[in-house]
Design a protein around this ligand. Structure first.
Ligand SMILES: CC(=O)SCCNC(=O)CCNC(=O)[C@H](O)C(C)(C)COP(=O)(O)OP(=O)(O)OC[C@H]1O[C@@H](n2cnc3c(N)ncnc32)[C@H](O)[C@@H]1OP(=O)(O)O
Ligand SMILES: N[C@@H](CCO)C(=O)O
Length: 337
């Protein structure tokens, strides 16, 4: 099956199809990419879960003919922290980079993070992976990672949660709902406006001040305004507005404790060894949220703090610090070599 109009830029997507009804859908497909080889015991599989506007393309630039750089290329490839593992990265259900989403069904049902994970459970079954050596995710990917560990505790051996939360906070929901309103008010302009609002929250006040200050460009725009215009235009070229709404609303509904006696009781279900890390300058997913995760997961080490001026986006940018966490979580695997 093919992807959507953004295509398959690297020509390496695979598709898993689930033909039975699923949560208001007649069925679904998930696009995914893999790296490495699953060993005979199926004990070296790592699930990498992308954030809001990410996709299945974790690694790039390591194979000829693949033009798009991967968003976590520092983790996958020879000599990198996940070398020797079988890495699986699906595009999220509801997304627009090959998986079933509102681009395909205009009357797409509301979905929650739990539905997205339920779809990924079907993918794991299809791939013959009973247990993940590790599940790794940041931001929205971290929401799915913690949902995996709570909902499928026997299937997750280790867990890396980055810049994420057990439940969306009032401020996160508030910022996100303003973005959804912008898109609904103006489908043509709204995605760019949403990205501008979101991108401010992804960076730190100090970084924006140091980079742009009050400077203006020759065209009269503030430098920071031009920077946000650039990110708005870039996202509008590569993302679908309806998917953005679907995924944002899924994040807003995220509460790992819902129907499970609250967050603390839910986190106690986790059997995985866990590392939880946040970014010291993250104003969108503040450290208190990761502290709650680290304190509540029985097998979690002390909270790790990524030192960075870049705010929330540091989990995508600070590759050395993130790589060190991954190496600590899953020491080199020799099973597939
Ligand atoms: C390639 C893909 O498709 S990846 C798809 C999946 N992507 C993801 O999962 C992550 C989504 N991406 C992101 O979240 C962000 O882009 C990040 C975190 C990767 C960006 O991080 P950084 O490297 O810090 O980039 P930064 O925010 O500084 O932006 C740099 C861009 O702003 C532009 N820029 C900087 N200042 C200005 C300005 N004053 N006016 C206009 N543009 C500006 C730069 O030219 C650069 O442009 P480019 O990205 O087109 O090359
Ligand atoms: N920059 C990230 C932020 C969300 O965590 C993205 O676009 O997915």
């Amino acid at each position: 099956m093919g992807g959507w109009r953004f295509g398959d830029p690297n020509g390496r997507r695979k598709w898993f199809s689930h033909a039975a009804p699923f949560g208001g859908l007649p069925g679904f497909q998930l696009a995914y990419e893999t790296w490495g080889t699953l060993n005979a015991e199926a004990s070296n599989a790592v699930l990498v879960l992308h954030a809001l506007t990410g996709d299945s393309h974790v690694a790039g630039g390591v194979e000829p003919g693949h033009p798009t750089p991967g968003w976590w290329a520092s983790l996958v490839g020879p000599g990198k922290p996940l070398d020797g593992f079988f890495v699986v990265a699906p595009n999220v259900l509801g997304g627009c980079q090959g998986s079933t989403g509102p681009w395909q069904y205009p009357a797409f049902p509301d979905i929650a993070i739990r539905d997205q994970v339920a779809a990924e459970v079907h993918l794991a079954d299809f791939l013959g992976i009973e247990r993940w050596a590790a599940v790794v995710g940041g931001s929205m990917g971290g929401m799915r990672a913690v949902e995996w560990a709570v909902g499928q505790p026997a299937r997750v051996d280790s867990l890396l949660l980055l810049a994420t939360t057990a439940a969306a906070s009032a401020e996160q929901i508030g910022l996100a709902s303003a973005q959804v309103h912008a898109i609904k008010a103006s489908p043509a302009e709204g995605l760019g406006i949403a990205r501008r609002i979101a991108h401010i929250s992804y960076r730190s006040e100090q970084e924006l001040q140091a980079r742009f200050g009050r400077d203006r460009q020759d065209d009269g725009r503030f430098e920071v305004e031009s920077y946000l215009d650039h990110h708005a235009a870039k996202l509008t070229r590569r993302f679908d507005a309806a998917s953005y709404v679907t995924l944002t609303e899924a994040m807003n509904s995220h509460d790992v404790g819902r129907g499970r006696g609250g967050v603390k009781a839910a986190l106690r279900r986790v059997q995985a060894r866990a590392l939880v890390a946040g970014v010291d300058s993250d104003r969108l997913y503040p450290l208190a949220q990761q502290r709650e995760l680290a304190a509540g997961i029985p097998g979690a080490d002390d909270l790790r703090v990524i030192a960075s001026p870049y705010g929330h986006d540091a989990f995508l940018i600070e590759s050395e610090q993130v790589g060190a966490l991954v190496r600590e979580l899953v020491p080199a695997h020799s099973g597939s070599r």
